[in-house]
Design a protein around this ligand. Structure first.
Ligand SMILES: [Zn+2]
Length: 142
């Protein structure tokens, strides 16, 4: 599998129409194998972002990505106080799109929701009453 080395059409960060290609193992997510780019956060931590630029009005892509004077790819969260600037583009953290991570989150949410639904379907008062009756060896009056 070439893992997207060829035919990858993402626009690069920081330059017009210069196509970025993953060149090393680090350029692929170790969980899903998709190409990723590493950017530096303002807390000086590395964060994987999707190589594709998002539309400028895509609110789901909550990162501003730019290349600084050291040609370092930088990333920050877009806020109301700090909107997207002209030299930046919108990006998406790879955590938000990584298929295994997304599937894991969906599965966890499904479990939480089914637990909540089960709890809502079982009135709290009946269980202690049944337990007390069972302890006394009685049947509940029907
Ligand atoms: Zn991934």
């Amino acid at each position: 599998m070439t893992r997207g080395r060829h035919g990858h059409t993402a626009r690069p960060y920081g330059g017009p129409r210069k196509v970025w290609h993953p060149t090393s193992e680090d350029d692929f997510c170790e969980r899903c194998g998709l190409p990723i780019r590493w950017a530096w956060t303002e807390a000086n931590k590395k964060m994987p972002v999707d190589p594709d630029e998002a539309d400028r009005d895509d609110a789901a892509a909550n990162l501003a990505v730019w290349r600084n004077h050291l040609r370092r790819l930088c990333v920050r969260v877009i806020t109301a106080e700090r909107p997207l600037l002209g030299f930046e583009h919108r990006g998406i953290p790879h955590f938000a799109t990584c298929p295994p991570l997304v599937a894991e989150r969906d599965a966890k949410r499904a479990v939480r929701e089914s637990r909540r639904a089960a709890a809502a379907a079982t009135p709290d008062v009946t269980e202690p009453e049944q337990l007390r009756a069972a302890r006394r060896g009685e049947d509940l009056p029907s």
